[in-house]
Design a protein around this ligand. Structure first.
Ligand SMILES: *[C@@H]1O[C@H](CO)[C@@H](O)[C@H](O)[C@H]1NC(C)=O
Ligand SMILES: *[C@@H]1O[C@H](CO)[C@@H](O)[C@H](O)[C@H]1NC(C)=O
Ligand SMILES: *[C@@H]1O[C@H](CO)[C@@H](O)[C@H](O)[C@H]1NC(C)=O
Length: 820
């Protein structure tokens, strides 16, 4: 069986020589200049020891088989290994006794009866190959790095390629059942905490293990398709194929001329699977183009590995009480939170310990007030909660932890609070984490409470600002932030509302209906009639049978590739927040469905379509008259006041546009799609690509180094308001007069030249109400100021629209930009 992929030496030479003529001559030269490649005859042996530097070489001398002394705790530790012998770094690609180093004087022997045996100095067998069978007549180390035992006919009976450790080499094949297990650390070859395996079921999966056992714990990468082998071919391409040879998946593709490179694929101690290259010495150009060290040609998984590893039991990517952070795309690093230190500085994977005496529960009264919460932004510990609260303010969440002597930390995320006891596990930092962890640490007596708090607040502000500057360093990164979700919660509010919140939460958990996916499938007749689709998913018309034919709009959220407990909880939390809203200018959530990959939101049906449908015409809905349009403006503004200032959790909509403003049968405007920004995660990219030029509905700060606040909605509202006044889109590419192409520019132009009537020339009703037109346009111009701080809050907008407060002269909306 082994001979399948380990060609006989004769064929091997033939293959090589036929490949490239130059290659052949190089090889001949090498063969001549090397001690003649020899078969390892029965009875040969090697002895471990600093003095005896003998080993068995492959024909070209690239690889060696023998003992390597391993640095570490025991200076006397030897590994029976195969390594690259021609390069400065004698990189080990295979080893026999990784978990049981042997001392000097140990031997490896190919016995007279044909078995390979590693024995310690007393003769006790430490290791022997599995499943060799009988008839071994010699051993040989190939230039591929495969050490084989072969019979008289040169049929390979066993090869080190059959029992890989953490590395595979070009021409090596991973078959079903093959496991690569990482090293413990860069210098420690014992089995580590990660494995990469082609399972017997054909799935190719990377797992964390139940260290120190090697059982599979948590999959952090999977092919999700069954195949029969992983091939690493001589050109450096690594691919996953089915039994008939169809390539299912390329793991790595390599453009480099591989004749000049040594390559290996290794699952490293940090769980990352990397394709490495090292210049071959024989290559004349190698020295110039390549540094003489291993270089990463590719790695996987590509995503933040810290976020991918989340075990139900076990510590996750890093040890207990520590958290994982990506330093560079491919290098996860284990870190200790403030107030904690590494158990072992030379081994950061072993987790962290408190540097302070833990809270004494027997004298909780006395210890009260001696602890502070350290804020870990974008960092969460997703597992190991012992208590959970929802619809809660951050202050309350903090208080609940500080007053509980068992509490070591809380994770706070959008009005939800998870209490955690040490050891904390699965911690990781990711820019996409909107949550944060508040870690309880003992207060230093030197600083007074008030001082400390002030300092803490200031440094937090600094940190947040710094974070923003980093985030905002390019439009691209900012877009990523947009993708990551709009910060729709304001932590400075809500304290006074905590009591109401919990009542409300209880009420709504009973009010919201939970549907099965099947129920929704039948309600929508198999998702037949599409009402619309947007960045977050597609909306279908449906009828709730049991409830006397009540019409609903069913929004099918785009599927997430993978889900875990955290996502499910997150969804539930968000649904509750959306369901907890109640205002006549918002579309009401009736229920939801949350099964497997299917996440559906069920809204009441709006019979008059969206504002976009009627305002921009072309559809079955009549264009609303001036009076109705003013009413729509008031309604949308009031709905936003509610979202920003009046509901228990502040909701920033982030996507106010006529498509998201629906009209009920009484032509009352209702805002839809709020609270979805976080639910959408990566799916929001589509919203991003929907940005039209530089002036869509999106506020300019999305592209700047400034925080995004509720003022982004004010900006979008300003655009919608102008569109309502003028009954046209902000952008009209095919408009005949160029200066009128962009509505906001045209509007300011008309306003500043005192010719506002031009905006509504064709609308008799509006022409007779020019005072109101002027007021509305002025409010809109305030709303779309480039500088968010100049924009009024939504409450003020309502007052100004209603004429309750005077509207001052708006500056040129673009003046801020031109001043910068
Ligand atoms: C090694 O042994 C095999 C089988 O006896 C033989 O065919 C081959 O030529 C030998 N190779 C060398 C280099 O001696
Ligand atoms: C490698 O790490 C393991 C686990 O910490 C330890 O038991 C072993 O002694 C280490 N080996 C060496 C050579 O340091
Ligand atoms: C390796 O695989 C790639 C992709 O299938 C193929 O293009 C290339 O020719 C192969 N090289 C060798 C030496 O087999």
């Amino acid at each position: 069986m082994a001979s399948y992929y380990s060609p006989q030496p004769k064929f091997y030479y033939y293959y090589y020589s036929s490949l490239i003529f130059i290659c052949l001559s190089t090889l001949m030269f090498r063969i001549n200049s090397q001690p003649a490649p020899r078969n390892i005859s029965l009875g040969s042996s090697l002895t471990a020891g600093a003095a005896s530097k003998d080993y068995w070489l492959s024909p070209s001398g690239e690889f060696a088989f023998g003992f390597q002394q391993v640095a570490g705790s025991s200076a006397n530790g030897f590994l029976l290994a195969i390594w690259y012998n021609k390069i400065a770094q004698k990189t080990i690609v295979w080893s026999a006794n990784r978990n049981e180093l042997v001392s000097s004087g140990s031997t490896v022997k190919l016995t007279k009866d044909g078995s390979l045996m590693l024995a310690d100095p007393s003769g006790r067998q430490i290791w022997g190959p599995n499943g060799v069978g009988t008839g071994v007549s010699y051993g040989a180390l190939f230039d591929t790095g495969n050490f084989v035992l072969a019979n008289r006919n040169a049929t390979v009976l066993w090869g080190s390629f059959d029992q890989p450790t953490d590395t595979i080499l070009p021409s090596q094949i991973m078959k079903r059942g093959t496991e690569l297990i990482s090293k413990y650390s860069p210098a420690n070859y014992s089995t580590g905490r990660f494995k990469f395996t082609l399972q017997n079921d054909g799935n190719l999966v990377a797992y964390t293990t139940f260290y120190p056992q090697t059982g599979s714990n948590y999959p952090y990468w999977a092919s999700n398709t069954a195949g029969s082998s992983v091939n690493f071919n001589k050109s450096g391409n690594v691919f996953f194929s089915s039994a008939n040879g169809t390539i299912l998946l390329y793991l790595f593709t390599n453009q480099e001329p591989t004749q000049e490179l040594h390559q290996r694929l290794t699952i490293d101690h940090d769980g990352v699977i990397r394709l490495y290259a090292y210049p071959k010495q024989s290559s004349p150009s190698a020295g110039r183009r390549w540094p003489a060290e291993w270089t990463t040609l590719g790695f996987m998984p590509k995503e933040n590995i810290c976020a991918l590893m989340r075990e139900d039991t076990g510590s996750g990517a890093c040890g207990f009480n520590s958290y994982c952070q990506i330093e560079d795309a491919q290098f996860p690093k284990c870190k200790c939170p403030q107030g904690y230190k590494f158990v072992d500085h030379s081994d950061e994977s072993r987790g962290c310990l408190k540097t302070f005496p833990p809270q004494d529960c027997s004298s909780a009264e006395k210890e009260d007030g001696l602890f502070d919460l350290v804020e870990m932004v974008n960092t969460i510990f997703p597992s190991g909660d012992y208590e959970y609260y929802e619809s809660i303010s951050e202050d309350m969440c903090r208080e609940l932890c500080l007053s509980d002597c068992l509490c070591d930390a809380v994770t706070y995320e959008r009005a939800s609070c998870w209490k955690k006891r040490a050891p904390l596990s699965n911690g990781y930092m990711d820019q996409e984490n909107t949550g944060k962890t508040l870690l309880k640490v003992r207060r230093q007596n030197s600083t007074s409470t008030a001082e400390k708090k002030k300092k803490h607040d200031r440094s937090m502000r600094l940190m947040v600002t710094a974070g923003w500057v980093l985030l905002g360093s390019s439009v691209f990164v900012n877009l990523l932030f947009l993708v990551a979700g709009c910060p729709w919660r304001n932590k400075n509010r809500m304290m006074s509302q905590v009591a109401d919140d919990s009542d409300e939460a209880t009420a709504l958990s009973t009010n919201l209906q939970r549907f099965t996916y099947r129920e929704m499938e039948s309600a929508t007749e198999g998702f037949k009639q599409v009402l619309g689709s947007g960045g977050s998913g597609t909306v279908y018309k449906g009828v709730l049978g049991e409830r006397s034919g009540e019409l609903v709009a069913v929004k099918v959220l785009d599927k997430l590739p993978e889900r875990d407990g955290h996502d499910v909880r997150e969804f539930a939390t968000e649904v509750k927040i959306i369901g907890g809203t109640n205002h006549k200018n918002l579309v009401k959530l009736v229920g939801y469905s949350n099964e497997g990959q299917h996440r559906l939101l069920v809204y009441e049906f709006m019979s008059n379509g969206s504002l976009a449908d009627s305002l921009f015409g072309g559809g079955s809905f009549p264009r609303p008259n001036w009076y109705t349009r003013t009413q729509i403006a008031y309604s949308v503004a009031r709905g936003l006041v509610y979202l920003h200032d009046e509901c228990s959790t502040q909701i920033i909509h982030c996507d106010i546009k006529p498509q998201n403003i629906l009209l009920d049968e009484g032509m009352t405007a209702r805002i839809s799609d709020f609270g979805l920004s976080k639910l959408m995660k990566a799916d929001q990219t589509r919203t991003t690509t929907a940005i039209r030029g530089t002036k869509g509905y999106l506020a300019p700060e999305w592209f700047r180094n400034v925080p995004v606040t509720a003022k982004v909605d004010v900006h979008s509202f300003g655009i919608v308001l102008l569109e309502l006044v003028c009954c046209r889109k902000n952008f009209l590419l095919d408009f005949d007069k160029e200066e009128e192409m962009v509505l906001v520019d045209w509007a300011y132009d008309c306003y500043s030249r005192g010719k506002l009537y031009k905006l509504v020339e064709k609308d008799e009703e509006a022409m007779e109400d020019l005072k109101k037109v002027e007021r509305f346009v002025k409010v809109a111009l305030w709303c779309i100021q480039e500088d968010p701080s100049l924009r009024p809050g939504m409450k003020k907008v309502v007052h100004m629209l209603e004429g309750a407060v005077p509207v001052s002269e708006p500056p040129d909306p673009n003046s801020f930009m031109s001043a910068v």
